[in-house]
Design a protein around this ligand. Structure first.
Ligand code: ATP
Length: 217
């Protein structure tokens, strides 16, 4: 992971936040924007910051973009530039192309041209915020599909002091605890004898309808 090379094309709010976070994690990241003011904003954060038009194939070649492991197309409003950039990256053989979609139709186009991962940051953040407002016990969640999800939740009282076996969570609630967060420690793949403490955060995998019932306990 540490040797992986990342590039973020388009330095709007999303692109800049991504550059900042990848840099904070100690990773190499190139930030590109056609607007010099945006490039200026990341020049002290990114490993490299370049002013360029990402729809220009020659420019992408000069940047050596095909040698990057992950390239994120974070251009938003200009859907045409977003799609053109994505297709150029795919044609050049970038191993992992991630592109931000403005809406479902845009997302479908991105999928059709072979984008490895299509993201909808605004929509997904709204869903996360709504869920955390409605169910106070759920701290975070990742939707794996329309049916399955992984959630981080505060331990329901009825599990406190029990082992995973005693909680009978698989049979009774049809979900699996895949990790426990205990302060700074993360207990991954806990055994059936692992006990659950009051302050543990449970990382639970299952069907959304079963997870919803669990968070109501
Ligand atoms: P956010 O919500 O993340 O702020 P947004 O969805 O409004 O962003 P835009 O502002 O449309 O997205 O685009 C993000 C950035 O992409 C802008 O800074 C813009 O200058 C840049 N950009 C747009 N087209 C190109 C291009 N062809 N090459 C490089 N950068 C581009």
């Amino acid at each position: 992971m540490k040797n992986m090379q990342f590039a973020v094309l388009g330095l709007g709010r999303f692109g800049i936040s991504l550059v900042r976070e990848l840099s904070r994690m100690g990773l190499d990241v190139l930030g590109v924007d056609s607007d010099p003011n945006k490039v200026n904003l990341v020049k002290d954060i990114a490993t490299y910051a370049v002013e360029a038009d990402s729809t220009d194939e020659q420019v992408l070649k000069t940047l050596g973009i095909r040698n990057f492991d992950v390239v994120v197309v974070a251009i938003g409003e200009n859907v045409q530039s977003n799609i053109l950039t994505t297709i150029l990256l795919k044609d050049m053989g970038v191993p992992m192309v991630v592109a931000k979609a403005q809406n479902n139709l845009h997302g479908r186009v991105l999928e059709k041209i072979g984008t490895d991962l299509v993201i909808y940051p605004e929509r997904d953040m709204a869903i996360r915020v709504a869920q955390s407002l409605v169910t106070k016990s759920v701290l975070d969640h990742i939707n794996l599909s329309s049916e399955y999800s992984i959630v981080e939740m505060i331990t329901p009282d009825l599990f406190v002091g029990k082992t995973l076996r005693e909680s009978n969570i698989r049979e009774r609630h049809q979900v699996s605890i895949i990790a426990l967060k205990r302060g700074d420690e993360i207990i991954v793949n806990p055994t059936p004898d692992q006990s659950i403490l009051a302050k543990d955060i449970l990382v639970v995998l299952g069907k959304i309808k079963h997870l919803d019932k669990l968070s109501d306990l």
